[in-house]
Structures are given as structure tokens and as C-alpha cells.
Design a protein around this ligand. Structure first.
Ligand code: PFF
Length: 453
């Protein structure tokens, strides 16, 4: 492996471009839509603590490992695993890890795009003043009415998939980079504004207490798994998205510093979303465990009743759609990169194929909110099953394998050289976390869920 190797898809123009893109991938619906509702479903504070611990002890070291694998091989995740296993003299079967990642990307995007479609529809609702003066029950009725219509959901899902494919067609350093450049700072400012609004409600203290005061009696084994799975989901880990972005990363960039910055930003955005949402939940007498509709049933109440609410409402949902777009492009990029590198396809063809498959898969999620809402497998709707399968199982399993590969299979001199840590202690810490702590934690959580522990 030479140091001059470059990806055939191009390279990020700078470290900043990679940070933007990887943060764009990490920050998305996971932070603003999913984190609040799963926190609500799992009782608050204790869940948040487990999630934070998982980000720190499992997520960050694995994110470094995943970026490193991509940068070393400069190929799509499947070919990366073939090349690096070969380099380390390891079994060829490691490439199945890449395949699982591509599969997880399709499955996640299929439902991610449906929810991003909701956010897009809410841009229009905000624009037309639907929330003006509305109370909690009126806002809930708007949401229920919307998700009951397969045609509406299909329309917005199709539109979102189309937008994703149009950006991905343009390639890494034009489409992807430009799309995220202005988004992050604006989203940040808006969230702070929402927190300021939450402070004006009577329930600010109650909301903050719910988020940060742990009550471990409220946390189940499955709650712990969901918290761990979410650490992977929110950091885009375990399926090759960060690997493929790492493959476009210039050689001289410090992986560790960059990863800390990305994971830190991602976590702050999620916590801000939580602090903005829960006071509104309590102030409006809503259920924290309302499920996937939570933000769509809470934030519009704020927009409908605050000064400047029309403007902030439109802006917020526009930002949410952009945050979702900068994540969705990373969900499909591993598959597109593989098709281009191995199936001799142009980027256009690769996008049409992968986009069409994802679009079709999305129908399952659309119908699980209306016509198939009673159809359950293992007691879950199709949407719930897809979410469980990907976030709670495939991503942690993928992350586990990445940790084992980087910690045990790759030659130490290679990982040391690639990571280029500031001192020996930081490298050793990474090594201990990747070799022992992260794999053991994933394993123990799985054992706990199946009832062995
Ligand atoms: N991290 C994204 C979010 O929090 O919305 C979702 C995601 C993107 C998950 C890319 C996995 C992935 F590979």
C-alpha cells in the first residue's frame, strides 16, 4: 500500500471538507427526530447516560478505526475489506463485512427517506401557516391525518429519494461537499433558538430533569441495546459510510482530532434537540413516549405560538431536510462506489440502480404507518422491524467486526502509522478500547438482551 494512493472518485479538497461531510453524515434525523423519541420511549436520563457512554467508549474508537480502514485502502467498503484482509494475511471472508454494510445502507435509507419526506412535507405545512395558533390536539390531528395517507407519504418519499440521487450523481467533491457547507452552522443556531423558546415554557425544568436525571429502574435490556445501537446510528458507524468518506480523506489529516470534533458536534446537536423538545412535550401535556411522531407533534406547537414562528418553522424544517440529505447521501455512497468500481457502471447508472431499489423498499415503511399498520412480524411493523434490524443489530455487529479487524487483524505498525496519534498513550488507549472495551461491550449487551446475562 503506497502513501500516494488515491480514490478513483476524487478526494476531499481539505480536512475541513471531510469534517463537513462526515458531520453532515452523522448529524441528521438521528439527532433531531430519533434521539428525542427513543429517549422518551426509554424513560429519559438513564437511557441518555448509556448512550453517552457508548459514544465515548465504543463510538469514538470505532469511528477512528473505520475512517482509518477507508483511508488506507481508498476503495469502497467491500474492496477495502478484501484488500486489507489480504494485506494482513487474513481470511477473505472479511469482505462479507463490506456486504453487510451495503445492505444496511439500503435498508436504513429506505425508511430514512420516508421520514425525511415527512420533514419535507412539514416545510410546506409551515410555509402555508398550518400551525398558526394551533394547540397540541390540532397539531396531533395534522400529523395523524398526514401519515394516514399512503399517497402523500409516497409523494414526499419519492421527492426526497430523487434529491438524494441528484446530489450523489455529482460525486464527492462537488455534490456532497457543497451540499453540507452552509447547513451545519445554520442548524446549530436554529436549535439554540428553539432551546431559548423551551426556556420560556413552564416545563423547562421538568424537561431538563427528564433528560438528565437518571432513573435506572426505567431502563430495560432492550433500552440498553437501543442506546448502544443509537450510538452507532447517530455517528453513521458500522456500515461503511464513514469508511467510504475516509477513503476520500487526504493523507496528512489527523484522524483522531477530526473524529473527536465530529462526534462532539453530533452529540451536542442531539442534546440540544432534546432540551428543545421535552419542555414542550411536558408543557403541552404530551406523552414523551409518543413514538416516531414526537417532534412533528411538539415543535409545530412552538412555531404556531411563538413570535416569528412562521419564519423559524419554515427554516427549521428546511434545515432538517438538508441535515437528512447530507446523511442520506452517505447511506447510498458505499453501494454507488462499489457499483462504479466493480460493475463498470457510470455514476449515473449506479445511482439509478441503487436509488430505485431503495425507493421500492421504502414502500414497506410507508404502508406500515397506514394500510399495513396491523401487519406485524415479531410483534413489529415493517418500519419498526427495519429500524431494529439495522440500528440495533446490523450496525453494532458491523462495528464489532470493524473493531476486531482494526484491533487484532491489522498489523500494529500499519494502524500506528495510519492513525499517527500525538503520543504513545493516546495510541494505547485507542488500542485498548478497540481491542477489548468496544467488542466486549457490544457482546455483553447482546448477551443481556437474549437473556443470558
Ligand atoms: N447518522 C445519521 C443520523 O443520525 O441521522 C444516520 C446514518 C447515516 C446512519 C449514515 C448510518 C449511516 F451510515
Amino acid at each position: 500500500m503506497t502513501d500516494t494512493k488515491k480514490s478513483q472518485h476524487g478526494e476531499w479538497s481539505s480536512r475541513f471538507a471531510f469534517i463537513l461531510a462526515a458531520t453532515g453524515s452523522a448529524v441528521g434525523l438521528g439527532n433531531i427526530w430519533k434521539f428525542p423519541y427513543i429517549t422518551g420511549e426509554n424513560g429519559g436520563g438513564a437511557f441518555v447516560i448509556i448512550y453517552l457512554l457508548c459514544v465515548l467508549l465504543i463510538g469514538i474508537p470505532i469511528m477512528m478505526a473505520e475512517t482509518m480502514l477507508g483511508r488506507r485502502s481508498r476503495q469502497n467498503p467491500i474492496s477495502t475489506m478484501i484488500t486489507l484482509a489480504d494485506e494482513a494475511g487474513a481470511d477473505k471472508n472479511w469482505h462479507y463485512l463490506g456486504w453487510m454494510g451495503v445492505a444496511a445502507g439500503f435498508l436504513i435509507l429506505s425508511y430514512y427517506s420516508v421520514i425525511a419526506g415527512w420533514a419535507s412535507a412539514y416545510v410546506l405545512k409551515a410555509l402555508t401557516g398550518s400551525f398558526f395558533g394551533a394547540d397540541a390536539s390540532a397539531i396531533k390531528a395534522i400529523f395523524d391525518d398526514f401519515v394516514a395517507s399512503p399517497v402523500k407519504l409516497l409523494f414526499w418519499h419519492s421527492l426526497f429519494m430523487l434529491a438524494t440521487m441528484l446530489i450523489v450523481v455529482r460525486g464527492v467533491n462537488t455534490g456532497l461537499e457543497k451540499a453540507v457547507r452552509f447547513l451545519m452552522p445554520s442548524l446549530f443556531v436554529l436549535l439554540i433558538l428553539m432551546v431559548a423558546y423551551a426556556m420560556t415554557t413552564d416545563s423547562y425544568d421538568q424537561g431538563v430533569k427528564f433528560l438528565f436525571t437518571p432513573d435506572f429502574s426505567k431502563l430495560t435490556g432492550n433500552g440498553v441495546l437501543t442506546a448502544m445501537g443509537h450510538a452507532f446510528f447517530t455517528l453513521s458507524l458500522g456500515m461503511g459510510a464513514i469508511m467510504v468518506y475516509g477513503s476520500y480523506l487526504p493523507k496528512d489529516v489527523s484522524i483522531s482530532k477530526t473524529v473527536f470534533l465530529i462526534a462532539g458536534t453530533d452529540t451536542v446537536v442531539a442534546l440540544l434537540a432534546g432540551v428543545a423538545i421535552f419542555p414542550i412535550v411536558f408543557a403541552s401535556g404530551l406523552e414523551p413516549a409518543a413514538g416516531p411522531g414526537l417532534i412533528f407533534q411538539t415543535l409545530p406547537i412552538a412555531f404556531g405560538n411563538m413570535t416569528g414562528g412562521w419564519f423559524f418553522g419554515v427554516l427549521f424544517f428546511v434545515m432538517l431536510v438538508f441535515a437528512a440529505l447530507s446523511s442520506s447521501i452517505s447511506l447510498i455512497e458505499p453501494a454507488v462506489a462499489w457499483l462504479v468500481e466493480n460493475k463498470d457502471m457510470s455514476r449515473e447508472q449506479a445511482c439509478i440502480w441503487s436509488g430505485s431499489i431503495t425507493w421500492l423498499l421504502g414502500l414497506g415503511t410507508i404502508f406500515s404507518f397506514n394500510v399495513w399498520s396491523e401487519f406485524k412480524i415479531f410483534d413489529r411493523t415493517i418500519f419498526q422491524l427495519l429500524d431494529y434490524l439495522t440500528a440495533n443489530l446490523m450496525l453494532p455487529i458491523g462495528g464489532f467486526c470493524i473493531a476486531v479487524f482494526a484491533g487484532w487483524i491489522m498489523k500494529q505498525q500499519h494502524t500506528e502509522h495510519e492513525l499517527d496519534m500525538p503520543n504513545a498513550l493516546s495510541y494505547q488507549t485507542w488500542q485498548i478500547l478497540t481491542r477489548y472495551v468496544a467488542p466486549a461491550a457490544v457482546f455483553l449487551v447482546f448477551l443481556h438482551v437474549v437473556g443470558v446475562l
